[in-house]
Ligand binder design. Structure first.
Ligand SMILES: Cc1ncc(C[n+]2csc(CCOP(=O)(O)OP(=O)(O)O)c2C)c(N)n1
Ligand code: SF4
Ligand SMILES: [Mg+2]
Length: 351
């Protein structure tokens, strides 16, 4: 993978977070993506979210598959752990890493081709197992890296750059995530950082499988009239269900809350989501309602963004299979190899 290192110098007066880091400490190499690619805006939002939450970069593991989107972890959190896996296989590598070391924060970055085509099975199982992670799909409706073929999220009838219409029904990853059991489901738009940064922060603090679909126009192959993933289309058809402020327990943020229409959602780890509701009838804890809302607005050609569903008391895979509460590399030899007596007793318990 090609990359360009960034100069390390920065202005001494740059704001610092609670750990004493500047935003620059959360950056990566200089992006080699096309200028104005939506994916670069998502990288900037990820940098902002980790900086504002004062999370030490070495506590984060970023994993991806193959695609322009999957290249982006090189361009943020340069001091974090990283693994660029095989096309569509990020979820299983992430699951293994998360089981081995539960102390890290796992960030899976994928594309619509990576997750909705070759990796659809992996996408399904990582969500239904409740792996504790943030799973971001940078969704442009095309295979950007391989020159713009329709992906499985491209809307039926939408046009390619050469004018061909897509004949297939689209896969809506948000609808799938809801039915597969993800305990946090949201959709954002790369061109709306004000909405995206709080969504990423809330997803990081959520325990369990947090899925974030981010519409991210491909300026090279999918940003023309006839595309339903272009900047213009999404801006014209966006229906935001709520505006969200994320308040972390570690760093309370003072917000200007308008009278009425605000709902607080407590999170498992002590953080709180405050939802500034634009639609009185939208309840982000009602999964059936979320599915109906999405379907209704999809029929009207609208792209619904915001926090669509959250289960505040969610568990995760570690809880479900009762794993040891420490990372495997922190266990001693005696704990890892407890002896033949323990093995015999365990085998007997299975008979
Ligand atoms: C096993 C395998 N099959 C096919 C490819 C070719 N390939 C590389 S990237 C890609 C699609 C990427 O699309 P997406 O995940 O949407 O990422 P984008 O480039 O649009 O961000 C494909 C089909 C590959 N690298 N490996
Ligand atoms: S081809 Fe599309 S997705 Fe890939 S870097 Fe260029 S604009 Fe972004
Ligand atoms: Mg894509």
């Amino acid at each position: 993978m090609t990359y360009l290192a960034k100069p390390k110098l920065h202005h001494p007066a740059l704001p610092k977070n609670a750990l004493g880091y500047t935003r620059r400490d959360y950056e990566g190499a200089i992006s080699t993506l096309c200028a104005s690619c939506g994916h670069d805006s998502i990288s900037a939002a990820i940098i902002q979210a980790f900086f504002e939450l004062s999370i030490a970069p070495h506590r984060v593991a970023k994993l991806s598959g193959i695609g322009c989107s999957s290249k982006t972890p090189t361009y943020f959190l340069g001091n974090s752990h990283g693994f660029n896996s095989v096309h569509g296989r990020m979820p299983s590598v992430l699951t293994g890493a998360a089981l081995a070391n539960r102390d890290l924060i796992y960030l899976g970055v994928s594309g619509d081709g990576d997750s909705a085509s070759i990796g659809l099975g992996q996408f399904a199982h990582v969500l239904r197992r409740g792996v504790n992670m943030v799973y971001i799909v940078e969704n442009n409706g095309v295979y950007g890296l391989t020159k713009g073929q329709f992906s499985a999220t491209a809307d039926k009838g939408s046009k390619s750059k050469r004018g061909a219409a897509n004949a297939d029904e689209p896969i809506d990853l948000v609808m799938m995530a809801l039915t597969l059991g993800a305990s946090f489901v949201a959709r954002g738009f790369s061109g709306d950082k004000g909405q995206l940064v709080p969504l990423i922060k809330a997803a990081i603090e959520h325990r369990g499988a947090a899925f974030l679909d981010v519409i991210s126009p491909c300026v090279a192959f999918n940003n023309h009239p006839g595309s339903t993933k272009s900047y213009d289309y999404v801006r014209e058809h966006n229906d935001a269900v709520n505006r969200l402020d994320f308040i972390s327990e570690r760093a309370p943020i003072v917000v200007d809350v308008p009278a009425g229409g605000v709902q607080s959602v407590p999170l498992h780890d002590g953080g709180t989501l405050r939802l500034r509701k634009l639609h009185d009838d939208y309840d982000p804890q009602d999964k059936v309602g979320a599915l109906a809302y999405l379907e209704r607005h999809r029929a009207q050609g609208e792209v619904v963004t915001g926090l669509l569903y959250v289960q505040p008391d969610s568990g995760d895979l570690h809880e479900a299979i009762a794993t040891v509460d420490r990372p495997l590399n922190a266990l001693s030899d005696a704990e890892l190899v407890p002896g033949s007596g323990v093995l015999a007793a365990f085998n007997a318990s299975l008979r």
